[in-house]
Design a protein around this ligand. Structure first.
Ligand SMILES: Cc1cc2nc3c(=O)[nH]c(=O)nc-3n(C[C@H](O)[C@H](O)[C@H](O)COP(=O)(O)OP(=O)(O)OC[C@H]3O[C@@H](n4cnc5c(N)ncnc54)[C@H](O)[C@@H]3O)c2cc1C
Length: 353
């Protein structure tokens, strides 16, 4: 270790998925990053897990050899600032970390900056990489993914929230380990969770963990070869493909803007689905664009999609100009219908087996 470099003590903070007692994919990605970093820095490693079922979840990361701390109990099963902050603070006080790594879930994004402040530390969110070759530095994007910045900090504890989809997950067989429960007194709260009202799972079209991003463009609601608009067919095809493939739904700006223009729209589409310069920049291994022209303001949102395919009637569309790995010059209505038949057959075959 070079002179002046801090001897790091790493704490991985995780929370159990609200539906069950398991950890999410992004949690295992953070574990992989932390295990690698602890080896490179020769740092000690502790894992702190919050939530009902934290002890069961501990088994899935026991193979890391890290010391595991848990905050258990039904009071910690649902996201709530007061209880989450108390649990994270207690775990930090127990582990006394210099560096806290956590997945950038909405639950942790909301609560960990406050915890960092309580512990007089510092926090960085939306981190996409950690590097330890020349001191410790983290990377994040600024100004809508246009500028990539690298940051170093001397303040400790340093809370680092890692974006999902930036590296492979940690995998390892369970091993005997030391799991210690940390008692936390739940702070009195004026809010009480009386139930959860959420859209049905098949109505939740934004699925960050999905392997495929399925993008629908305005072409779905435009007049087709027969001179007619087939928005109802489009709605059925897109909904079915999402259901059978488990893909996440993205949209072009033109399509989501149509709802404000009183035109034919897909009922399950909102501005939250918009991908691009003024939309989101999701991370998925694969992407399939349909009926979308592939103009630059849209395609900048595909920065983190590794394998890109597009279906468009126009052989001169934007995707044809080096923006997609494969362009199918075809009618998306027909292609998706065929795709659905193949997926349905596969689903049947799996069900019979
Ligand atoms: C400042 C600024 C910011 C912007 N930000 C964004 C952004 O964040 N995200 C975004 O998406 N856009 C953004 N835009 C708009 C962007 O430039 C495009 O206008 C928009 O992406 C076009 O959407 P589209 O490709 O769905 O629609 P269109 O351009 O109308 O394209 C429809 C496509 O569907 C195809 N098609 C029609 N029928 C079929 C069929 N049956 N089978 C196959 N293909 C078919 C057509 O050939 C056509 O290529 C921005 C623009 C500006 C100026």
């Amino acid at each position: 270790m070079s002179k002046g470099q801090v001897m790091e003590n790493i704490l991985i903070l995780l929370h159990v998925e609200e539906a069950g007692n398991s950890l999410s994919r992004s949690a295992f990605e953070v574990v992989a990053a932390a295990v690698e970093l602890s080896k490179n820095l020769n740092a000690s490693l502790t894992i702190g897990i919050i939530g009902d079922g934290a002890s069961e979840a501990a088994e899935s990361v026991s193979g890391t050899g890290a010391h595991i701390l848990t905050v258990n109990g039904s009071e910690f099963s649902l996201p709530r600032y007061a209880s989450d902050a108390a649990a994270a603070e207690a775990l930090c006080k127990k582990a006394e970390p210099t560096l806290v790594l956590a997945p950038a879930t909405s639950r942790f994004n909301r609560v960990l900056p406050g915890v960092a402040h309580r512990l007089q530390g510092c926090v960085d969110t939306h981190i996409t990489a950690i590097d330890s070759t020349q001191g410790l530095s983290v990377t994040r994007w600024f100004y809508k993914q246009r500028i990539e910045g690298q940051l170093q900090r001397s303040a400790r504890p340093w809370f680092v929230l890692l974006e999902a989809g930036i590296r492979p997950e940690w995998r390892g067989a369970p091993a005997p380990t030391n799991v210690q429960a940390v008692e936390v007194i739940v702070p009195s709260s004026r809010t009480r969770v009386v139930g959860v009202r959420a859209p049905r799972l098949d109505e939740q079209t934004i699925r960050p963990d999905a392997k495929l991003l399925f993008v629908a463009g305005a072409g779905w609601t435009k007049k087709q070869a027969d001179g007619q608009v087939h928005a109802k067919d489009a709605q059925r095809l897109i909904r079915d493909i999402l259901r059978l493939s488990g893909a996440s739904l993205g949209s072009s700006k033109s399509l989501v803007d149509q709802s404000t223009d009183q035109q034919s729209v897909l009922s399950f589409m909102s501005h939250l689905n918009q991908v691009g310069q003024t939309g989101s920049t999701p991370r998925h291994p694969k992407g399939l664009s349909t009926c979308c022209h592939g103009e630059e303001p849209h395609v900048v949102g595909w920065r983190f999609i590794n394998e890109r395919r597009a279906i468009n009637l126009d052989p001169n569309c934007g995707w044809a100009r080096g923006k997609a790995d494969v362009l199918y010059v075809a009618d998306a209505f027909q292609v998706v219908e065929k795709l659905l038949a193949i997926l349905a057959e596969k689903t049947m075959a799996t069900a019979v087996r």
